[in-house]
Design a protein around this ligand. Structure first.
Ligand code: VGL
Ligand code: ZN
Length: 207
């Protein structure tokens, strides 16, 4: 059993990232039973939702002539352009219906600002705007976080890297994640996470 000073962060297990959704991650739904088994082992559970306004700057549809999965330059740096996904209040933005996270006390919704994406649950893509999650966790005595969810190479990796940057010990539970993996993004994400001292574990170490 992880100590009460370890929080589980469940990243973006939403309909749009599961098969049939707008930005489906291969096998995204397969992690739901794994996460459901993990959740009762933690006293502190944080859930995140990608939560974009209509016409969000990360949507290819907001950039005439551009296609999903192109990259563009935003004021804060390069940005992959995505299909419209996780629009606030739509069914695609809801958590997967089989996900059991009723014990979670904190839900972070991110990607809310029209012109700024936010893969990370801690810090938006401008790298300046904080969500408040680090302060919340610190005030609650959290020292370590375990990260699961979708997608390994985007929102999970950025969340894990920012958690490490904020001073938490971090593990990513690999079998409770699935990746988008475009142009080597998954391999790069693991290299970055390893370099940051993030542990790559499996659910068996907790269950
Ligand atoms: C995500 C792409 C765009 C994610 C969110 O949850 O990994 N990826 N928005
Ligand atoms: Zn998004």
């Amino acid at each position: 059993m992880p100590s009460p000073a370890t929080a589980l962060i469940v990243v973006d297990v939403q309909n749009d990232f599961c098969p049939g959704g707008a930005l489906a991650v291969g096998g995204g739904h397969a992690i739901v039973p794994v996460i459901n088994a993990l959740v009762p082992r933690y006293e502190q559970v944080v859930v995140t939702q990608d939560w974009h306004p209509e016409g969000h700057a990360s949507f290819a549809s907001a950039h005439p002539g551009r296609e999903p999965f192109d990259t563009t330059d935003m004021p804060y740096g390069p940005q992959v352009l995505w299909p419209d996904h996780c629009v606030q209040g739509t069914p695609g933005a809801e958590l997967h219906p089989d996900l059991r996270v009723t014990s979670a006390q904190m839900i972070i919704r991110k990607g809310w600002h029209q012109g700024v994406d936010s893969y990370s649950a801690f810090r938006e893509a401008d790298r300046e705007t904080l969500t408040g999650l680090a302060g919340y966790l610190r005030e609650r005595g959290v020292e370590e976080v375990h990260v699961v969810g979708l997608a390994t190479d985007y929102c999970v990796a950025w969340t894990a890297l920012d958690a490490a940057g904020a001073g938490f010990r971090v593990s990513v539970i690999e079998d409770a994640c699935r990746a988008i993996d475009i142009s080597g993004s998954l391999e790069r994400a693991w290299a970055d996470m390893t370099a940051a001292g993030i542990k790559r574990t499996t659910s068996g170490t907790v269950l």
